[in-house]
Design a protein around this ligand. Structure first.
Ligand code: PMP
Length: 302
């Protein structure tokens, strides 16, 4: 029989089915929650969480950007995650911490309203089926919000309403995922992924002022690429550059490194997984599964 599953909820373990809130909850009504997406991998030494501290810091930063008071520090939440994986008997899994206003009164203002943090850890496989063969994308009509609209470096529920629309738009058109443009019309990112182009043996990725979430996988890939002598340009990327790229791939906790072989129905490069994408996919897999000692510092063993 499957092991009973728990959710960590404000410092206590509650059974998975009991981790519920009322529908009038502020963060459900007004998308005022903040969250993280983290993975743990089943290494030879047992499950290990990838870049736990970085995710916990971004969680705290998202709260700060949205003026939300959390009653738990980064270290406490990090420990809770490790305990939860153990308690649920999970190996490779996806971890979803969520910080939210639990107040049920009508009214948009959040200041002074009480908050909760809940964490789920779930069995999880590849985010895109057919990931290893490459996916198809479509440039979406909805854009990422600019800095005058939202704190776009926060990983917050409200920042994702256009991401959901974009993802659905892409799927309705027969593509696997959307590529979103920045408020100024440059390439930004996927709804839940950062994007890299390969051009003449160099990597190009939208700069942090392209209305993107600063992905932890993005930072890891930049570091890995540099260590292999690959140059990485962080700059504004014009949409037309997508069509002439030699290779394109997404990065993200859920997406890991996912090659993109088609954009708007056009083949990228040869229309197959390129050599640099493949090399980075393999390197990333070696690191997260603890097979590369140099990067073991990125892992927190459970
Ligand atoms: N952009 C957005 C909008 C995302 O939701 C995510 C997933 N967290 C990413 C990029 C990739 O970030 P990370 O590598 O930290 O998962």
């Amino acid at each position: 029989m499957a092991k009973k599953q728990y959710v960590w909820f404000d410092g206590k373990f509650v059974s998975f089915d009991k981790a519920n809130v009322h529908f009038l909850t502020h963060s459900l009504q007004y998308a005022s929650g903040i969250f993280e997406g983290i993975r743990a991998y089943d290494t030879e030494k047992g499950p290990a969480v990838f870049k736990l501290q970085e995710h916990m810091q971004r969680f705290q930063n998202s709260a700060r950007l949205y003026n939300m008071t959390l009653h738990f520090k980064a270290e406490e939440l990090g420990k809770a995650i490790v305990q939860l994986i153990k308690k649920n008997g999970l190996k490779s899994c996806y971890i979803r911490p969520f910080g939210f206003y639990n107040d049920q009164r009508i009214g948009l203002g959040a200041s002074g309203k009480s908050t909760s943090v809940a964490i789920a850890a779930l069995d999880f496989g590849a985010y895109f089926s057919g990931k290893n063969e490459g996916i198809s994308c479509m440039v979406a009509r909805w854009r990422r919000a600019g800095p005058e609209t939202l704190p776009e470096h926060a990983k917050a529920s409200g920042n994702y309403t256009n991401a959901t629309l974009s993802s659905d738009e892409a799927k309705a058109s027969g593509a696997n995922e959307a590529i979103m443009l920045s408020s100024k019309g440059y390439v930004a990112e996927g709804p839940g992924e950062n994007i890299f182009l390969v051009k003449n043996g160099k990597l190009v990725t939208p700069s942090v002022d392209s209305d993107i979430l600063i992905g932890i996988t993005r930072n890891s890939i930049i570091e890995i690429a540099n260590s292999k002598g690959l140059k990485v340009e962080e700059r504004h990327v014009k949409p037309e550059e997508l069509y002439s790229a030699d290779e394109i791939f997404f990065t993200g906790t859920a997406a890991e490194v996912t090659p993109i072989i088609k954009v708007d129905g056009r083949k990228i490069g040869k229309g197959e997984v390129g050599t640099i994408s493949q090399m980075l996919m393999d390197s990333y897999a070696d690191i997260v599964y603890g097979r590369n000692k140099k990067y073991e510092k990125w892992l927190t063993y459970v």
